[in-house]
Design a protein around this ligand. Structure first.
Ligand code: MF3
Ligand code: CO
Length: 249
């Protein structure tokens, strides 16, 4: 069952999502060659708490941090570490969630550190735009497959591959609710979207093949061929005529 949220519940989700968006904005400026991923994590945790939220990922299924920092061939769920230093030419995906008034917000961005090769820059741009195109499909009466296929179509047209092992998700009182939102699929298929559904839409694309390997830490998902990967995510509410982007400041 896909839950429908009340207007008041959506406002709580907006507060959680805005905390996430604000902190991601500050983190973006901190992603420079020399910064450790642990520094980014500590900063994110402090900022979420100062804003009256709680970290959503810390302790979730045993995840040990507030932030996921996934660099280059890392797709998602990179664990912050004092030993991991951002280098010139890295692409750095930052995925952050917050809990506020009993509701979750979840968003991700991919940030570039220094100068990167043109194909990698294209990957980041195509991933960002695939999310924007997906959001344009969200409205009451649309099908979930319209959203999924928008990501896949744009990615494939632009020579990128779509990660299939991880998906977006419904979100609300739980970080992960129904439905699962793949970044591939058929337009006109799947559940009909209704006003008040709240979704975390999160394309993950690779420059090479999209096969995934999970590292020995049990979390870090990397592309099997070592090709770079990018990730963007927004938490949104379905409305009668479109999409209310809760995690956009
Ligand atoms: N945005 C990711 C997701 O929806 C982040 C989860 S990380 C975890 O799955 F550590 F909390 F699992
Ligand atoms: Co998510």
């Amino acid at each position: 069952m896909i839950e429908i949220k009340t207007a008041a519940e959506i406002e709580s989700m907006r507060r959680a999502s805005r905390i996430v968006a604000a902190v991601l904005g500050l983190l973006k400026a901190k992603v420079r060659p020399g910064v450790t991923t642990a520094e980014l994590d500590k900063f994110a945790e402090k900022q979420i708490r100062e804003r009256g939220g709680a970290p959503a990922f810390l302790g979730y299924r045993g995840y040990p941090a507030t932030l996921c920092v996934s660099i280059n061939e890392e797709i998602v769920h990179g664990i912050p570490s004092e030993k991991r230093v951002v280098r010139d030419g890295d692409i750095v995906s930052l995925d952050l969630g917050a809990l506020c008034e009993g509701f979750y917000g979840d968003a991700a961005i991919t940030v570039v550190a220094g100068k990167i090769p043109a194909p990698t820059a294209k990957l980041v741009e195509v991933t960002r735009r695939s999310l924007e195109l997906a959001l344009l499909k969200v409205r009451a009466g649309a099908r979930l497959g319209d959203v999924s296929s928008a990501v896949e179509k744009y990615a494939v047209e632009n020579g990128m591959s779509v990660v299939r092992e991880f998906t977006g998700h419904g979100i609300g009182r739980r970080l992960h609710e129904e439905p699962s939102i793949p970044n591939y699929g058929k337009a006109g298929s799947g559940p009909v979207l209704k006003t008040g559904m709240t979704l975390a839409i999160e394309p993950m694309l690779c420059l090479g093949r999209a096969d995934v390997v999970v590292k020995n830490d049990g979390w870090t998902a990397v592309s099997a061929d070592g090709s770079p990967s990018a990730h963007f995510e927004h938490t949104v509410a379905v409305t009668d005529d479109g999409c209310d982007i809760l995690s956009r400041v």
